[in-house]
Design a protein around this ligand. Structure first.
Ligand code: ADP
Length: 198
């Protein structure tokens, strides 16, 4: 079993970019619920049809739908050698559902990517102009930040309370600089036990 990591941080912190880079470096799948849901919307699946309006408003897709989607993905063979979760869990109920589904070892360590709110808004508005994501208009951005504060940020205290370390990384700076900080943060963490005898 390889790394089982969780990336936490507000929208616009760059955690998706960093999570993709780190997953590639570690050779584990990058599981982004935002990407999975956007794919469902594009493909017009039943889940996508339910999620579309909710995502456009900046609200959270109902827990039962997201939890089922993640459980299905984690059951795929590539996730048996570890994974990097990005965008899930997004509230305490989802964290508890994950712990129930996978047991106590589901997450080894949480990486919190920190960026102040002013910078987040300007980054997200910039991204809106570039990529045209439908949830990147100013009103939705404010709503997503509000949802993060109310629903997701309590995980920063929840995980240590359940014995899982949260390591904060400064998300301001060039992509490579932030990545280097993440590598340093991970280096301080004990290696996972080998599953195969040497
Ligand atoms: P960001 O972190 O930039 O807001 P994401 O790509 O992680 O973007 O998520 C985009 C949207 O997808 C969220 O605003 C939400 O509507 C939905 N979403 C993603 N992950 C979850 C989740 N775990 N639970 C509920 N909704 C989710």
């Amino acid at each position: 079993m390889g790394r089982r990591l969780l990336f936490l941080g507000p929208p616009g912190a760059g955690k998706g970019t960093q999570a993709a880079m780190l997953a590639r470096a570690l050779g584990v799948p990058h599981l982004s619920t935002g990407d999975m849901l956007r794919r469902a919307v594009t493909e017009g699946t039943a889940l996508g049809l339910r999620a579309e309006g909710i995502m456009a408003a900046g609200d959270l897709v109902p827990d039962d739908l997201v939890v089922a989607m993640v459980e299905e993905r984690l059951a795929e063979p590539d996730a048996s050698c570890g994974y990097l979760l990005d965008g899930f869990p997004r509230n305490v109920a989802q964290a508890e559902a994950l712990a129930t589904a996978l047991g106590d070892g589901a997450i080894e360590m949480v990486l919190l990517v920190e960026v102040d709110e002013e910078e987040l808004v300007s980054r997200l508005l910039g991204r809106a102009a570039e990529l045209g994501r439908t949830d990147d208009n100013e009103e939705t951005i404010r709503r997503r930040l509000e949802v993060y504060r109310a629903e997701t940020s309590p995980l920063v205290a929840h995980y240590p309370a359940t014995g899982i370390e949260v390591v904060a990384v400064d998300g301001i700076g060039a992509i490579d600089e932030v990545f280097a900080r993440i590598v340093v943060a991970l280096a301080g963490m004990p290696a996972p036990l080998p599953t195969v005898p040497p």
